[in-house]
Design a binder for this molecule. Structure first.
Ligand code: SF4
Length: 157
């Protein structure tokens, strides 16, 4: 771990049940340029929003809570290098990582940079929020274009 790597953290929600299966620690990372109309949290678009935290500080909370983890935002893939470092540190604790992103899995797999966190991620929920496809009955997704992609599916995409 390292105190040299820092993150702009909008929020860390302990014990949430809405961002993936079971009780989870959800880490909201600032910054997003997708600008989806109807975005649930436009304040999250600002890359300087929230509080600056080191990798060690975030991991102290992850380890204290001892839950699986969801990385969301904002869009964590606007910082693929630091998100990969965080996902790797979580992976090494034995907890699974869900990653929410406005990029599609096709866009991610086409980009070595966007793909950096993938090997430490159990599940990707992909794609932008599309207001016309919004469905409040969907589990863990906002609109029906978004997909819940397990690791085995990602690597066969
Ligand atoms: S990807 Fe998510 S955070 Fe970014 S604009 Fe779309 S809904 Fe909002």
């Amino acid at each position: 771990m390292s105190n040299d790597i820092t993150y702009q953290v909008l929020d860390i929600v302990r014990g949430t049940t809405v961002d993936g299966p079971g009780f989870r620690t959800a880490i909201y990372l600032a910054g997003c340029r997708h600008r989806c109309p109807g975005c649930h949290n436009p304040q999250s678009w600002d890359f300087d929003a929230g509080e600056t935290m080191t990798l060690d500080e975030i991991m102290a909370i992850v380890e204290e809570e001892d839950f699986d983890v969801t990385l969301t935002g904002g869009d964590p893939l606007y910082h693929p290098e630091t998100t990969a470092a965080l996902a790797e540190a979580i992976f090494k604790t034995g907890h699974t990582v869900w990653l929410y992103t406005g990029f599609t899995i096709e866009e991610i797999l086409a980009s070595p940079r966007l793909s950096l966190p993938l090997k430490f991620v159990d599940t990707v929920v992909d794609g932008p929020f599309v207001e016309s496809l919004r469905d409040p009955d969907l589990l863990f997704r906002g609109s029906s274009n978004q997909r819940i992609l397990k690791q085995c599916i990602i690597h066969n995409a």
